[in-house]
Design a protein around this ligand. Sequence first.
Ligand SMILES: NC(=O)c1ccc[n+]([C@@H]2O[C@H](COP(=O)([O-])OP(=O)(O)OC[C@H]3O[C@@H](n4cnc5c(N)ncnc54)[C@H](OP(=O)(O)O)[C@@H]3O)[C@@H](O)[C@H]2O)c1
Length: 250
Amino acid sequence: MSIVDIVAIAWTLLALALVPMQLKTTAPYGRHARTDWGPSIGNQLGWCIMELVSLVVFAGLFLLGPNDKTEPMWVFFALWAAHYINRSLIFPWRTHTRGKSMPVAIVASAALFNIVNAGLNGGYLGSWGPVYPPEWISDPRFIGGLMVFALGAAINISSDNRLIGLRAKGGTDYTIPQGGLFRFVSCPNLMGEIIQWTGFAIMCWNLPALSFAVWTAANLIPRAVSHHKWYRAKFPDYPADRRAVIPGLI
Ligand SMILES: NC(=O)c1ccc[n+]([C@@H]2O[C@H](COP(=O)([O-])OP(=O)(O)OC[C@H]3O[C@@H](n4cnc5c(N)ncnc54)[C@H](OP(=O)(O)O)[C@@H]3O)[C@@H](O)[C@H]2O)c1
């Protein structure tokens, strides 16, 4: 087993070990924002900085690494880059959160998280891992994983769009989201993100991609549970049969 695989396994175990803490303490941004977490930064700028890190680190390590870049590897690169161009350069500026802020500590810890995940994945594909043969593109894991990724991305983006649309008339307050997968869960955008990176792990079939999928679920399931509890506490008429993130289950 290579060093990068050992690091990826240790990193994955850390994600699982931190789940109880994530269920107890919700990261204080968005609806869970607090003022006792030290200095803060504008919400949109914070999102842009912490997510741009992932784009830059992954792209740098992938493009500068000595590995030959075959077609399937360019597909991995394109998916990662497209996701993080949206998340860092487009999504933050579309949200109606002007005037809101988030703690610098959250931006710093998210940036660190992104450096490790993007570093492991970009470094693996660019340098430390094998060169994927061109035929990998017709492997059932690549095709199936790509379909799962596309499904997750579609759910994530369409649900984020629905949430952004709730404030189309102005303001920064919250209303009950309706329609789409919000009929079943409070946080289909987070569900979509988990599906998306699960698909990426299937199509890459390597430990760094698996560790990122596990980290995403370990972060977002507790966050969705917190969002869900918050909705129930805030809105007495909140739909009773709606779950947090997995329809019918959680
Ligand atoms: N890969 C990862 O580990 C990871 C980690 C975190 C986030 N993400 C992704 O980043 C995106 C944003 O995450 P998030 O936790 O900020 O999602 P979120 O809490 O659902 O918020 C998304 C946006 O919609 C607004 N919003 C949410 N619910 C609303 C409501 N009921 N009424 C009006 N506006 C509402 C939020 O405003 P406020 O900011 O004012 O609440 C925010 O601008 C998601 O797509 C998520 O999947 C990924």
